[in-house]
Write a new protein. Structure first.
Length: 337
């Protein structure tokens, strides 16, 4: 099948400082480095990693808020990397972004009804009466009183504001929804409500969902597949069960070890991988494997050669010379280890 979303060798670099002579002489931050992935229609794809690994930058490039430095982004079989004008407006209707902070993502000077109606006005969807009815329908679908359309964002709780953010993202009935840390700013008691609501909306609108989070328990609850990012690189991709039960990349095992287990006896018996030191600077990432400076399995080869993504016997692909799982086809580097 043709994937609904495909990223081909996407790169994004930001200049650290702008000089008066030339930007070329300025150092750059490697936010996203040669990322390629596919998302199939109807699936929920999870993207995880530490803060600063490039997850949000990747999501902003997909929806067109940032332009890639290099590479291509394909949506429904069309290259949308550098489209402008009407093409960009069409793209915006087909894919929407649900922002992380439910407070700052809403204009405090606009009533909720105006916020939800704004995308309908821009795209000239139906008549004015149709748009007002659509706003009431959206509020009802996300569990809010339609009479709340006249209220302002400060009059709602954090969970209610996130429901409004979801309603706004669904207003144009997109085919792809990207949710960037949708529950990280919410209380634990509210998270499950929002996640269940998102799952219900995904089924109702036949959505493809890209879910970004640093919390792997959130990813496990909703995702079908998961990609793990480290310092701008995708280091492991695979089905949710393969990644959680048989991680191949030591960094993935470290993230999984950070998930607490509520049973103390089980928690004490767990074997955990712990990353040493601090993450390297994205201005000057390490040679070879970017994780090698924090990995206790690193050897000389890891500094000399960047590991490619390769299939593992447990069903995922991982970029590691010395993985925790056996490769699908044993390679000399692993055999020597």
């Amino acid at each position: 099948m043709t994937p609904i979303l495909e990223l081909r060798n996407v790169v994004k670099e930001f200049p650290v400082t702008a000089t008066t002579l030339s930007l070329r002489s300025s150092p750059t931050v490697s936010a996203v480095a040669d990322v390629s992935l596919e998302v199939q229609a109807g699936e929920t794809f999870g993207l995880v990693g530490e803060s600063g690994c490039g997850k949000t930058t990747l999501s902003r490039m997909i929806v067109g808020l940032e332009r890639p430095t290099a590479g291509e982004i394909w949506f429904e079989g069309n290259d949308v990397t550098r489209r402008v004008g009407r093409d960009r407006l069409t793209r915006a209707r087909a894919m929407q972004l649900m922002f992380q902070d439910p407070h700052s993502s809403l204009d405090p000077r606009m009533a909720v009804g105006s916020t939800l109606q704004e995308p309908l006005d821009i795209h000239r969807v139906g008549s004015r009466k149709d748009r007002r009815e659509r706003v009431r329908q959206l509020l009802d679908e996300v569990g809010l009183d339609p009479q709340a359309a006249d209220r302002f964002p400060h009059e709602f709780s954090g969970g209610q504001r996130q429901r409004i953010g979801l309603a706004r993202a669904l207003a144009l009935e997109p085919r792809l929804l990207i949710a960037d840390e949708p529950v990280s700013a919410l209380d634990v008691s509210v998270r499950a409500q929002i996640l269940n609501l998102m799952n219900g909306m995904k089924k109702r609108y036949a959505l493809t969902l890209v879910l970004i989070s640093h919390d792997l328990s959130v990813i496990r609850y909703l995702a079908d597949r998961v990609g793990v990012m480290y310092l701008g690189k995708l280091v492991e991709i695979g089905p949710i069960d393969s990644i959680f039960q048989h991680p191949a990349m030591p960094y993935t095992a470290t993230l999984l070890g950070a998930i607490p287990v509520p049973e103390p006896k089980v928690e004490r018996r767990r074997v955990k991988f712990v990353a040493s030191g601090e993450p390297p600077s994205p201005v000057s990432p390490p040679s070879g494997c970017r994780y090698r400076t924090r990995c206790d399995r690193a050897q000389a080869l890891c500094a000399e050669v960047e590991p490619p993504l390769r299939p593992m016997a447990t069903g995922q692909i991982a970029a590691c010379h010395f993985p925790l799982q056996a490769p699908a086809e044993l390679e000399p580097a692993t055999a020597a280890h």
